[in-house]
Structures are given as C-alpha cells and as structure tokens.
Design a protein. Structure first.
Length: 373
C-alpha cells in the first residue's frame, strides 16, 4: 500500500515499491500493489504483481487519506491475507482498512512517527491541545500487527517491541560492474582515462551536493578527475569543476550510469535535516547501488552508515559538511588503483550478501508470514 508513490518513477520511494513488489512476487506470493494513478504500465518483469492505480482529490499527498474508499474497494475484491503499508503522516488508509476487516497489517516506517526536536508538527499539535496528529500516528502503530524500520528510534517507544530493523537494498543483478560501457562514458563526455566520481540522488539539501561540488572545485586542477552528478532539477556543466550534472534520469538508466563511475560518493549533511537528530534513519539507496556496482564509496561516519560502509574495507569516511575532508578521501582513492579495486570488490561482496533487495524481501516475508499465521 503506497498510494502516494508513482511506479515506475525516479525517487527512492518509487524504486522501493517496485523492487519490493517484484521481490515478494518472485518468492511465490500474489502481490497487489496499490499506488498512485500516475506512471507507466506494468511490464513483463512485473509478472506476479497486480498494480492497482488509484486517484483522489485534491491531488496532493496531504489528502492521501481520501484514497480510502478506493483502497477499501480493492481490499473487498482481493481479500488479502495481510496488508503492508508505507507509513506517511497523512496516510493510514491501508492499516485502517485492514483493521476494520480483521486483516493483520504491517506498517513500514521509513520516516519518523515520533516528533523530532523543533518539529513544526509537534508545535501545531501543542496548539491544538489534544495533539490529534500524534494520536493518529500512534493509533496506526497500535493497529498494526508489526512494524519494520531502518532504526527503532523513529517509532514510538511502546511499538518498538513489535518493530524489526530492516534496511533497504540494491538490485544486485541490475547494478553490477558488468554494466560498465566505454561508449556510454564517451557519450557522457568523460575524458579518456579519467577517474569518474559519481553521485546519484534527488539533490535534497541534506544529500550534501553542496559539499560535493565544493570539494570538486578544490580539485579542479586535477585533470584526471571528472565529476558526474545524476539527479536534480537541471542538466548543465559543472560550475567551477570538471564534470556535469545530468538532471533526473529514469531508474532504468541508473545502473549503467553508476557503472560508468570509478568512485561513489554519499556526502550527507545531516545538519540540513532536523529530523536526522533522531538518528540516521534514511536507508542509503545510492550507497547500496554504488556497492553493487563495485565502486569504493566515500560517505560520512554516522551509524548505521559506518556498518554498511566500513572505513578501509568497502570505502572511506569523510567528516560531514567538510569539503576538504571529502576532497582528501577522493584524492586518496584516485592515487591508489589497488585500494580502489580492493574496496570495490569488498563492497560488491558485502551488498550481495547483506544488502540486496532479495535479502530485504526475505526479511519482510518472515514478518508477513508470522503475522498472517
């Protein structure tokens, strides 16, 4: 249940919904995915998944709860054994529908249910005295038979006993060193023999694009380095550095674009997102995809990133919000081909073993079968 997500799409949420639906179907389950009406059609590789596309008005995520009649009609037609819903502040239509029909539900929490320090929601709730938004969010956690989350700190304390820690992953078949193509590198304007530093993402402030571009400017005199930034609102040459922004690209193109790189970077700046004071709860999709592609990865020393990318084993760590530290890590990797090869091979092996979508779906399946029993 992800009525605010467009599939296929270019966001982490849309990728997550697509890969989970496919992954559970491959494990032999009949999957009915309820998503936004926008988007393309199902494809051959989606065998085993029935896509239900719903509309509501006004067409904004704040009014997602108005999808409830459509969700209830689908539930009455399909009669599912279990309902899984992606948590959203103004959602709950899946969990509520399941509760009214006596169907067990799994609430997947990828963003905080609890209020972070300085939260505008918390301030508004306090003004309303009875705290309706917090009460509603907590009621979803109580109705759900189980929860899954990247870290337990973002769910209410009373619900943590029934919460399992589950991280996102990468499609290790699509993302692979084998996807590297010299002709694509030429098309992208990467100079012959250059080492390419790649970043993918939606360019939100806390993704650290400003840190990366500042580091790239510090390294503009190093002719062997080229910076490739995939995502964001526009496509244009790098400003003050050797490289380019590609703008937003379809998900189907991302594996080849990542494989065109030599070093992956995820220079998060948590100070730009106050919610991250609760802990780094965002599952780092880009990091999993870099690792699956065999790239050594530079990221910040924040748990659980330190467990995913171990310093000196799958990549390097650089202080958050520090362009000079990021530049130093990039230079270290650029100067040592043997180190790049060792870290990249270790990264690929680790993500295949622990952080694939297949592994993620295996974890989800265990929870779903338990609550449906």
């Amino acid at each position: 249940m992800a009525t605010d997500q467009t599939v296929p799409g270019a966001t982490g949420g849309s990728v997550h919904v697509l890969e989970v639906a496919r992954g559970l179907a491959r494990r032999g389950h009949e999957v009915h995915a309820v998503i936004a009406a926008d988007g393309g059609r199902a494809r051959e590789e989606d065998a085993g998944v029935v896509w239900h596309r719903v509309r509501w008005h006004p067409r904004h995520r704040l009014f997602r709860f108005r999808a409830r009649p459509a969700v209830e009609a689908i539930a009455d037609e399909v009669r599912p054994h279990v309902v899984m819903e992606r948590y959203y502040n103004f959602g709950g239509e899946g969990v509520g529908t399941a509760s009214r029909r006596g169907i067990p539900s799994l609430l997947e929490v990828n963003s905080p249910v609890v209020d972070h320090p300085g939260s505008a929601k918390q301030a508004l709730d306090a003004v309303l005295l009875v705290r309706p938004m917090r009460r509603y969010r907590e009621s979803l956690c109580r109705q759900a038979a189980a929860l899954v989350s990247p870290i337990p700190e973002i769910v209410p304390e009373f619900a943590r006993a029934k919460t399992e820690t589950v991280t996102w992953g990468a499609n290790v078949d699509a993302f692979s060193p084998d996807r590297r193509r010299d002709d694509l590198r030429r098309e992208l304007g990467i100079p012959e023999g250059a080492l390419t530093v790649v970043f993918t993402g939606s360019f939100r402030p806390w993704h650290g694009v400003h840190v990366l571009e500042a580091a790239a400017r510090q390294l503009r005199d190093r002719a062997q380095l080229f910076f490739l930034l995939v995502g964001g609102p526009d496509a244009r040459p790098g400003e003050g550095y050797r490289g380019r922004r590609l703008g937003t690209r379809p998900y189907a193109e991302i594996p080849a674009l990542v494989a065109a790189g030599d070093i992956g970077v995820a220079p998060y700046d948590p100070a730009r997102l106050r919610q991250l004071a609760l802990g780094f709860y965002w599952s780092p999709l880009k990091i999993f995809e870099y690792m699956a592609s065999g790239l050594p990865t530079v990221t910040i020393p924040r748990p659980p990133l330190t467990e995913i990318v171990r310093d000196g084993q799958e990549g390097l760590h650089a202080r958050e919000g520090d362009p000079a530290a990021l530049a130093e890590a990039i230079v270290r990797l650029a100067a040592d081909p043997a180190l790049r090869q060792r870290l990249g091979a270790s990264a690929r092996a680790r993500v295949v073993e622990r952080y694939s979508w297949a592994r993620h779906c295996e974890q989800l399946e265990r929870v779903l079968l338990r609550i449906a029993a």
